[in-house]
Write a protein that binds this ligand. Sequence first.
Ligand code: NAD
Length: 507
Amino acid sequence: MSPTPMTRDDWQALAEHLTAEKGLETRAYIDDAFVDAADGATLTTINPATGETLAEVASCDAADAEAAVSVARRAFEGGAWSRRAPGERKAVLLRLAELMEANKHELALLDTLDMGKPVNSSLGDMAGAIGCIRHHAESIDKLYGEVAPTGEESLGLVLREPLGVVASIVPWNFPLMMTAWKIAPALAAGNSVILKPSEKSPLSALRLAQLVREAGLPRGVFQVLPGFGHTVGKALALSMDVDCLAFTGSTGVGKQLMQYAGQSNLKKVFLECGGKSPNLVFADCKDLDRVAEHAAGAIFHNQGEVCIAGSRLLVENSIREAFVDKVLAAAERMQPGDPLDPESFMGAIVDDTQHARILEYIRRGVAEGATLRTGGQALGGEGPNGKGLFIGPTVFDGVTDAMAIGREEIFGPVLSVFGFDSEDEAVRLANDSDYGLAAGLWSQDIDRIMRVTRRLRSGQVFVNNWADMDQTVPFGGVKQSGNGRDKSHHSLEEYSDLKSVWMTLTA
Ligand code: NAD
């Protein structure tokens, strides 16, 4: 029998226990201890659905980064984790997954309170995060090295070895799930990991640190440094003793990290960055109602704060008018509401900076001549106290690739609709972007599906779905959307190096 689903009151009651006064962890986790930042600095984390302060959290800087890197290096060289048998690492990580499962409501709620997404959506993220830890735990003791086909006089072995100290720098839009995508393969491969959560959503990472400690990872193998990007993030990126930066976030910061690597020790930089993903709808689709529902969900899920949001909807002109009407009807059902209400489809926008940025893009869309079909305003009364940051589903039609709303990542619930007349024009528009993270394609014509799928320059192509996902399928982008892959055994390659060993017969 499945447990009774939590109600809004249940979530609210749980939220009342998650305060610093009642033991919510707000300090950094360095060398197996929860500590204040070296200079005592803190940052304030706010619940965007109410405007209320959630907690004052340690705000780390260069001194904390230096301390954590030296602990991580010592742990790595000590070998208690890096040289431990893969099967034993697996057991510890499976224990961590169990602990996360047992605490998933609390972890989900921390993400919702910190960044505003609906709590049921956060619970879905927990399933993704826990599944990712289990997947990599289960994989790591089933990977073999290679014996190269050399001549009989020698033996060529190809070994996979951990990189050393990995700094994982993650964003706020899926705080714990993005964290799991990074730390699960990095830890499974035997690295020491320093996690820097976003300054906008540090709470679940600190709770995770408590669970990691309980799971029994050796001292210093996992540490968490909350703080700002330009302080502690930059210090990690410039460190001479970090071997890999594993980053999820904006393309602009991704570019900075590559520069920091060049200015320091040429550390490996593995990037998952932004997107402006095209969703192509051809007139031959059988069930346009279903396609319209998915096209709306592709942009309005998670308030549009999704790297693979289907933010550019490309529709064949012969069906465009009727299809856009169906998208508008679907959008009407996806209005924001109180994130603690399990019925809410959208929640609050993460903070006032992002809220203002989205509204500014909407203003530019109108000024540049696109047709605003719905939404476009700041809302107020959706949260419990009328003080939250909400924006409803917003749809622009008649967008062109010369407009800012047609080219730039808005990271909010704003859909830009383009029309096209031919397959070639659709592909040209889809590929006319600096980004290449995801693309969608809706058609019943298998020849067209095969042709267009091959021509789209994108890390993933969703055919007759948007954002189907599984732990076994890699996730990542091309062009300025990034340069590596999360998830699946391919992500283990990001966190290990090949060592070639030549052994020669001596007699
Ligand atoms: P962001 O780039 O502003 O910040 C991401 C992280 O980088 C944060 O922890 C931040 O503190 C840190 N950071 C910022 N400046 C830094 C610096 N100079 N040095 C070191 N670290 C620094 O991104 P965000 O606003 O947190 O997240 C939204 C972005 O993330 C969007 O562009 C979105 O597309 C992208 N994203 C990509 C994926 C993916 O898998 N491709 C997934 C989720 C989000």
